[in-house]
Write a protein of this length. Structure first.
Length: 573
């Protein structure tokens, strides 16, 4: 709320003015009953009546200005908090996204922020309004009757007991509801993105049943929370009605005993309403604040989360990178304790093409993520150009690296925007030249809008091969000093995979390229091949050396993929 303090101060001032103006009618009614009706002072009648009509006009004018101010502040808080959250989300590491579901993040970004904003503005103004109203009413009531004031104050502990009884129960119910909403939101997003798989296996009814079960849990949590809220509000309203009746009866008694005038009783009852009404609203706002506290905690869970990958206090800027990569004794384990890399040693000379092969789970993709600094090794060091990568400025370092993953992400935008994502200022002719190199240009020009064609969310309007080619073109267009190709051709047919691999080799000539492949034949043209197993490099050499080496893992992988009949004879020592 701090950036909006001036607007909020204006709103508070307008609220104070609005409240003071709104407190005048009971006193005016007192003058009308006691002075005009009883004493016959008709000379002040026009003034009193005029003021009674003027008050609602003033309140309406001030209320409009106040509402506009508060609406602006509320929307500003929502926008600013969402920007802060999104910026923090973009800085957090993969470990955070492995721990928190996308549905939970969406709920915090959209629902929780709106909840907090509503309480921050509406709740604040309600508190200010009612505080001023209560203060004014207290002074007026004590001036009208001390005895009746003490009877009124005796009712106030009932509201506190009501709040104490329900507050903890409402918080627990609200927290349970939010957790269930996170879960069903993640499930919904997951199932909608996998609708083709669901239909392919005929699981529509099973998924509908599972969703119904989750929706029932949400409904049960919502009903439980609503039951507490309704009970709390209704009991507050009941105490208020009973209190008003009690005060009215006591006022009538004092009038009969002639210790209070009729106008005094009417004014006192009106101000007693101004006391008991705000107490009900105080309790309601307290309830809202308690529930918003759950949202605040959920938002702070992200805002307080520090990125796992941080820069050194005095990071090195990067002007250019040769691409010499050295891994020395690198060890890494995921949060569940599974060890992915164990004392790995590997050297990749600058300008060379090195292929990494191995069985699934050997640690190849983990190695790529460590080089890109998505994780830091728990043991050992990774150097680029002789300098530990943790010493580089993080943004500069990552921008020198290119990545072509196994499944290339395509955003909901134009083909041009996706191609130039990593290099927005890339010249038109270079973009087209790269698109031609990867075999995309003819396909793009066959579309009605060419490079301005929108591809839909996740690139759903494109075939898998086209999405992969866009990913390759995007990486090449950024002109990285070091390119990591992580199973980029796994989803393509062998001929397309071979063509795309040749394009990458040609475009990255004289620049460092780390190629992670499953099909060992795609590694044969690399300058050097490293074979990984159980988180270590167990063998290295050229294709010809490794495939003719007796009892080598590389030879075994080749035989499993292409058949033993295609194996060349073992080279004798």
């Amino acid at each position: 709320m701090r950036p909006f303090r001036r607007s909020l101060a204006t709103a508070v001032a307008l609220t104070g003015l609005l409240t003071i103006v709104g407190m005048a009618p009971p006193l005016l009614m007192r003058r009308l009953l006691n002075d005009v009706a009883k004493e016959g002072r008709w000379d002040i009648f026009p003034v009193v009546i005029g003021l009674l009509f003027l008050v609602p006009v003033l309140r309406a004018c001030v209320n409009i200005a106040n509402s506009l101010t508060l609406n602006s502040v509320g929307l500003g808080i929502i926008s600013r908090t969402r920007r802060r959250l999104f910026r923090r989300l973009m800085s957090l590491s993969l470990r955070f996204y492995n721990e928190m579901s996308v549905g939970g993040i969406n709920q915090r970004l959209m629902g929780d922020v709106a909840t907090v904003s509503g309480v921050a503005t509406g709740g604040l103004i309600t508190l200010v309004t009612d505080t001023i109203a209560v203060a004014f009413a207290l002074i007026a009531m004590l001036g009208l009757s001390r005895q009746l004031s003490l009877l009124t104050f005796a009712l106030l502990p009932l509201y506190y007991l009501n709040y104490r009884f329900f507050s903890r129960r409402m918080v627990e119910a609200n927290a349970r509801l939010r957790a269930n909403m996170d879960h069903i939101s993640s499930m919904l997003q997951e199932r909608l993105s996998a609708h083709e798989l669901i239909q392919a296996y005929g699981q529509e009814e099973a998924e509908a049943t599972q969703f119904s079960s989750q929706a029932k849990q949400v409904m049960d949590s919502a009903i439980r929370g609503s039951a507490y809220n309704i009970s709390f509000n209704q009991l507050s309203a009941f105490i208020n009605k009973i209190g008003n009746t009690f005060i009215y009866c006591a006022g009538c008694y004092f009038f009969v005993k002639e210790t209070m005038g009729y106008g005094d009783v009417v004014a006192f009852c009106a101000y007693a309403t101004q006391i008991l009404g705000p107490v009900v609203r105080f309790a309601a706002v307290a309830n809202q604040i308690v529930q918003a506290g759950v949202s605040v905690d959920r938002i702070q869970e992200i805002l307080d989360r520090e990125p796992a990958i941080t820069e050194s206090p005095d990071p090195r800027p990067i002007e250019s990178v040769r691409g010499d990569v050295e891994l020395e004794g690198v060890g890494f384990a995921y949060g569940d304790g599974s060890r992915a890399l164990d004392g790995l040693d590997l050297k990749i000379p600058g300008g060379s093409h090195v292929a990494i092969v191995g069985r699934p789970g050997a640690g190849r993709s983990t190695l790529a993520m460590l080089i890109r600094r998505f994780f830091d090794p728990h043991e050992g060091r990774i150097r680029v150009d002789g300098i530990d990568v943790r010493e580089y400025r993080l943004g500069d370092y990552r921008r020198t690296l290119g990545l072509v993953p196994a499944e290339c992400t395509v955003f909901d935008g134009t083909i041009r925007e996706n191609l130039c994502y990593g290099s927005p200022e890339a010249p038109e002719d270079r973009m087209i030249a790269i698109a031609k190199e990867v075999g995309l240009h003819d396909f793009i020009m066959s579309l009605r809008e060419g490079y301005e064609t929108r591809v839909g969310a996740g690139g759903l309007k494109l075939a898998t091969g086209h999405r992969q080619r866009i990913g390759v073109a995007r990486a090449l267009l950024a002109e990285p000093s070091l390119l990591i190709v992580d199973e980029a051709t796994a989803a393509l047919d062998p001929e397309s995979a071979e063509d795309l691999s040749a394009v990458i080799r040609s475009a990255m000539r004289e620049r460092t390229c780390l190629i992670i492949v499953h099909r060992v034949l795609l590694a044969r043209d690399a300058d050097r091949i490293a074979v990984m197993d159980h988180g270590r490099v167990v063998d290295a050499g050229s294709h010809e050396e490794l495939i003719r080496r007796p009892a080598s893992l590389y030879r075994d992988l080749f035989a499993m993929q292409y058949g033993e009949h295609r194996l060349p004879p073992v080279r004798k020592p």
